[in-house]
Unconditional design. Structure first.
Length: 184
């Protein structure tokens, strides 16, 4: 599998690539993907987990014990649990969010999909996500994996990034454009 230079060039990308290759070789891509999705949700929902991954005050041993407890509590697969242990041991837990994103890009490419990063002002329901996937598939001519994120500062609408293309339909951008036009 060919990896883009952008992913390989970053620290998180190298960790994600190693995790992806191990999961692929062990035929555990789906299990690892599910565990990483749970971790991504945990990072979004839990201030304690975010603090564990970002605080420089947490030592190696404390971080290792904490990620073992988190892995057990969340029921993560063994490959993902070991991956967290490696990140903790190497003091690289701060790279977890980016590593998850890169892993998802690699997994989508492996499945023959293209990944679209979709940002909305509020969480989208399953019907809205399905409609977005359908529209993007019609526009791009390929299956599309959607990486969702929520950013209330866009006020409404969507921001969709596919590769180097960006479609910004956010209310914030429309208001900024209107304000600029009104200044003359």
């Amino acid at each position: 599998m060919e990896n883009s230079g952008g992913i390989q060039a970053s620290l998180a990308g190298r960790y994600a690539t190693a995790l992806f290759e191990l999961a692929r070789d062990e035929r555990k891509l789906e299990a690892v993907g599910t565990s990483l999705a749970a971790l991504k949700g945990g990072l979004a929902d839990s201030a304690e987990l975010r603090a564990l991954t970002t605080s420089p005050l947490v030592g190696r041993e404390e971080a290792l014990k904490a990620v073992k407890a988190v892995s057990a509590a969340m029921g993560l697969d063994p490959i993902t649990a070991n991956f967290l242990g490696v990140l903790a041991q190497n003091r690289r837990l701060s790279q977890l969010g980016s590593a998850i994103r890169f892993f998802n890009l690699l997994a989508a490419a492996h499945r023959g999909e293209i990944t679209a990063e979709v940002t909305s002002a509020r969480p989208l329901d399953d019907g809205q996500v399905a409609a977005i996937k359908s529209n993007l598939k019609a526009r791009l001519g390929r299956d599309v994996a959607v990486d969702l994120s929520v950013d209330p500062t866009i006020l409404g609408g969507l921001v969709v990034k596919v590769g180097s293309q960006m479609i910004d339909g956010s209310i914030r951008t429309k208001l900024n454009t209107l304000a600029t036009a009104m200044k003359g």
